[in-house]
Write a protein that binds this ligand. Structure first.
Ligand code: NAD
Ligand code: ZN
Length: 335
């Protein structure tokens, strides 16, 4: 699968990690990974490649770790022709991608995603970022990789909760575009990941910099989901779990606005529950905090809260302004 962007194109390849060596060729490669992934998968890449292994988890998307990674590249002699290999989940991909975007004003990098979430979503599209104290992903860039190498074997060591986490994004593609994806089993295969990436590829190619509203479709469940994550302080729920709840609440909003038929939110709930994803949480009774968090989101424009809502499975609509009352009712009904 080939993705086109402003500078050219890159390939998404389903291949073993050992194939990354061929993609790098005679250039020098530098691996950025985390300790969990290192212990399971680092040995699949050439031994000689210098490796920086960060602590697993979101806290590694910090300015401190980012600067430490830049200093490390300088200390091991990475130059403009070097290639960074981001071996890991979305945390490593976002961090290493932003390091690649800024080291010597930008060097090439390869995404080697090892979580389901990274394979169906974060490794493709060129959004890279770190977090600031003021919020998540506040420093970043649109900076596409030169290749995305997906090795399905890596999912074999991924904890079940993280498989479900990625499944929430798979189901999101089902709700917004391809209802066939709503029938997937817990055992994801290459065909499923391909379908998701084809949807993501088409959307990011149509709207690389999130300006036309097309890319906003991918945010179904995310306006509420991000607010939940923020109010809970990024503890307790994983991203996919928060957006699962967000998809239910947002479908209730679509119902109450007359955009979706009555009962669609219940259907969304049933599908998510089949995959053991949460569909409610006590935090939903704190409408004040959630709406406050949505207004401060970087995607909010002025005080308008936009949402990408599903009208029926496979059909999505961007609504630029959702009223406070409608949100409060949907949150109350979902709590
Ligand atoms: N750039 C984008 O477009 C985009 C899109 C969605 C999410 N994201 C970002 O992605 C991040 C979340 O990514 P994630 O869910 O992949 O989390 P993650 O990178 O933290 O990985 C989840 C956990 O699984 C471990 N792990 C990873 N691969 C493994 C494997 N194969 N075997 C065993 N353990 C493994 C990690 O060490 C970690 O503990 C967030 O920071 C989010 O902002 C970015
Ligand atoms: Zn997401």
């Amino acid at each position: 699968m080939t993705i086109a962007h402003r500078f050219g194109t890159y390939e998404i390849a389903f291949e073993t990690l050992s194939a990354v060596g061929e993609a790098v060729g005679d250039r020098r490669a530098f691996v950025i990974t985390d300790r969990n992934v290192e212990s399971h998968w680092r040995q699949s890449l050439p031994k000689a490649w210098p490796t920086l292994s960060v602590e697993p988890g979101e806290l590694s998307k910090s300015p401190d770790v980012y600067v430490a990674a830049l200093e490390w590249l300088a200390s091991v002699g990475a130059d403009r022709r070097s290639v960074i290999v981001a071996l890991g989940g979305g945390v490593v991909g976002d961090l290493a991608g932003f390091v690649a975007a800024t080291y010597m004003r930008g060097i090439d990098y390869i995404q080697a995603p090892t979580t389901l979430l990274a394979q169906v979503d974060s490794s493709v599209g060129g959004k890279v970022a770190i977090d600031l104290a003021a919020g998540k992903n506040l420093a970043g860039a649109f900076y596409p990789p030169i290749r995305v190498s997906i090795d399905l074997e890596t999912l074999g060591t991924l904890p079940a909760r993280h498989i479900r986490n990625g499944m929430a994004e798979v189901l999101k593609y089902g709700f917004i575009e391809d209802p066939d994806l709503l029938k997937v089993s817990a055992q994801v295969d290459e065909a499923t990941i391909r379908k998701c990436l084809e949807i993501k590829a088409r959307i990011v190619e149509a709207d690389e910099f999130e300006t036309t509203g097309e890319r906003a479709k991918l945010n179904f469940g995310h306006t509420i989901g991000h607010a939940i994550e923020k109010v809970l302080g990024y503890q307790e729920l994983l991203h996919g779990e928060a957006i699962a709840i967000g998809m239910v609440v947002e479908t209730r909003i679509a119902e109450s606005m007359g955009l979706a038929k009555r009962g669609l939110a219940k259907e969304v709930e049933a599908i998510l529950s089949r995959h053991e994803l949460p569909v409610s949480h006590p935090v939903l009774s704190n409408a004040e905090a959630l709406i406050g968090a949505m207004m401060r989101d970087k995607k909010a424009v002025g005080s308008q809260i936009a949402m990408s809502l599903v009208a029926e499975f496979g059909q999505c609509k961007l609504i630029p302004s959702i009223s406070r009352g409608v949100m409060e009712d949907a949150l109350r009904l979902s709590a």
